[in-house]
Design a protein around this ligand. Sequence first.
Ligand SMILES: Nc1nc2c(c(=O)[nH]1)N[C@H]1C(S)=C(S)[C@@H](COP(=O)(O)OP(=O)(O)OC[C@H]3O[C@@H](n4cnc5c(=O)[nH]c(N)nc54)[C@H](O)[C@@H]3O)O[C@H]1N2
Ligand SMILES: Nc1nc2c(c(=O)[nH]1)N[C@H]1C(S)=C(S)[C@@H](COP(=O)(O)OP(=O)(O)OC[C@H]3O[C@@H](n4cnc5c(=O)[nH]c(N)nc54)[C@H](O)[C@@H]3O)O[C@H]1N2
Ligand SMILES: [Mo]
Length: 712
Amino acid sequence: MNKKLRSTERNNIITTTCSYDCGGRCLLEVHVRDNKVIKIRSKNAEGLNISACPRGLTQKNVLYSPDRLKTPLKRIGEKGSNDFRAISWDEALDTVADKLKQVIKEYGTGSIYFIPGSGSLATLNNLGKVSARFFGMLGKCTTVWGNESFEAASQSSLATFGTENTGNSRDNIMYSKLIILWGWNPNVSRFGSDTAHYLRKAKKSGVRVLSVDPRNSQTGQSLADEWIPIRPGTDAAMLIAMAYVMIKEELYDKDFIQKYTYGFSHYHDYIMGAVDGIEKSPQWAESICGVPSGTIKNIAREYAKHKPSALMTGWAPGRSAYGEQFHRAASILAAMTGNIGNIGGFVSGGTNVISLGRLDKKIPVPEVEHNQIHNTDLYESLLEGTVKGSPAECKLLYFIGANFLNQHLNLNKGKQALTKQDFIVVHDLFLTPTARFADIVLPVTHYLEQDDVGFPWGGGGYGIFMNKAVEPIPGPKSDLRIFTELAKRIGTIKFNDKTDMEWIDTILKNKPDFPDLKTLKDKDIYRFKTEGPLVAFSQQIKDPVNNPFPTPSGKIEIFSKRFDDMKNPLIPPIPKYIAPWEGPDDQVAEDYPIQLISPHSRARINSQLDNIEEVKKLKDDDLWMNPKDAHKRSIKDRDMVYVFNKRGRIYTRVKVTEAIMPGVASLDQGQWYEPNSQGIDLGGCVNVLTLDKKSPTGALSSNTCLVQIEKA
Ligand SMILES: Nc1nc2c(c(=O)[nH]1)N[C@H]1C(S)=C(S)[C@@H](COP(=O)(O)OP(=O)(O)OC[C@H]3O[C@@H](n4cnc5c(=O)[nH]c(N)nc54)[C@H](O)[C@@H]3O)O[C@H]1N2
Ligand SMILES: Nc1nc2c(c(=O)[nH]1)N[C@H]1C(S)=C(S)[C@@H](COP(=O)(O)OP(=O)(O)OC[C@H]3O[C@@H](n4cnc5c(=O)[nH]c(N)nc54)[C@H](O)[C@@H]3O)O[C@H]1N2
Ligand SMILES: [Mo]
């Protein structure tokens, strides 16, 4: 018997971790009796400061939710209606396999579009990898690119450092003298299960913490000494002005710049106005971002003078128009203050978490390139059969653990696009707003019903064997099993000849630094051997001659050769402030003057758990509005309002609060889309309002959105 499978008097106890896309991996202790999960507790992991969050602890309610799909469904009503008929697995799989074969024969594999979501990021049951394997074996299918989370951070890190792996382990926080949380709310969004612990500890020991955010976030309220409200999408201006102060006052680390970076003079010239005659001074920035110039000066001085310091950015400011400029400007400030490669410093970026480069060890994917279209070109393809005017028609649309018609942008357009499709397949646990548009819905198992392995984002220094807690409820199958059975019906591909355990064993053996299956399974938690805090780029800084940065110049590229080669003025080689569309200065603001942001919710993982009663008490799904903006519109706290723009209208409740700056409103993303017959969304789904436009290097711009608000 597995060492962990101890029995108490009546319960078996196993350990596991969630497979959600939240960045943490906590140790869950699951109590099981007669193949039923009785309760879930957070379990201490020796030597690690992690504890489970309320979302992980309510998984019993997901597993046994009355809404869980138990049988395959075939749509019999209108698309988007709830009119489905239960069908057998045989009928469902035959229908999907026949359709796949027919589309391949008549139109070719390029007409099959598959979109994996972030429903499961476990190692074996990883939706991206499992689906890439299946559709890759069929041939060259079509999928989307443009990471919804951190494309801007990723592109910025690749341009600046040549890698996405830029983060330090969280214990570094203990050595920082100043911590700047920039658009980052880790008490809610996690970014590693131990982040909140170290931030709290640093705070207790007297470290100064600042929060730069349009909202006084939960983390800001509990940890920050100072909240610096900033207009969404204008962060690059403030960061550039901080560089100006460091240059003017000779506060930056000249040796570091000279030794490790490339192209500073170009940035210097831009900042000093050598090219456009505009000095990027704090006064200049104040008029753009709304932060007083004195505050900008003070923060620049503090950051430059207190070494080591950690400027830690979230991904939300990058999820906006020209979001890559924000991440580039932040990375370069870390270079100007010499906070790269040192304990207690920090470089935010692609991963923003500890980076051990262990990201790729998922189910081995055959080397097939798919056609890739950008996420924001999908609607054109679905509606017009073209992408940027060239033919690109979808004949079979396949969603695997993606609540696309909720989490993607501009949903009323998305609804039209899905309505127009011939044939949609969805794998999910629930009948989500997206699944309601499917022709066939295939119910999947929950992670407590399968064996797997969990690693936190970026590797995280440990792994957890996910022991199957219970046999699946009757009905659902895992995604891997569904694809296996489809492959058998298609007949031409050898998709899967292994059991799950054999797969896990193979995957773990794949890389020498991984523990083997037995070692991993025997421990609650497996820690990779590390000495002291892990610091990204420490080798490059200690011995730059033998350890160049993987960039074209071998240095930190303040002037990016890769971006320069693109010859696109909207992707400049040095970071610049580019005024966003739908920013405060856009003409659109005359009709829609409020900037709307959509943070991630404490009560959900993206749209997941929105349908689970038991987590409702954690929710804060009111629209945050500043008293000034509310007063102007005769809106009072807890009034019902319409939030609208050209793209749509939602009905929701208001929270009038000083915790958001004037001119900005905030509504947590992830509430389920529920359009009524007049097209008004009663669900409060923020993506009814967002624009489906990408930032030049590919980020989704969900935080760039102008709206008007009126009392309902
Ligand atoms: N509880 C929970 N945790 C999660 C998730 C979840 O849904 N729920 N989702 C996970 C996923 S998939 C991801 S990608 C990450 C997301 O992680 P992030 O992108 O970092 O999280 P957000 O909550 O969107 O935003 C963080 C903060 O940025 C602020 N902000 C928004 N726009 C701007 C801006 O323009 N400038 C500045 N300075 N601040 C801004 C918001 O007010 C918020 O307080 O979180 C992960 N963790
Ligand atoms: N306005 C706005 N929109 C945003 C964001 C924002 O900040 N603002 N954030 C964006 C970000 S960062 C992200 S990552 C995306 C997330 O968007 P999605 O990837 O669509 O994530 P979820 O909403 O969590 O939907 C995942 C679905 O997978 C299902 N699921 C769970 N486990 C499994 C499984 O094992 N197999 C299968 N087949 N299904 C499973 C769940 O029930 C759920 O319906 O949203 C993006 N959308
Ligand atoms: Mo994300």
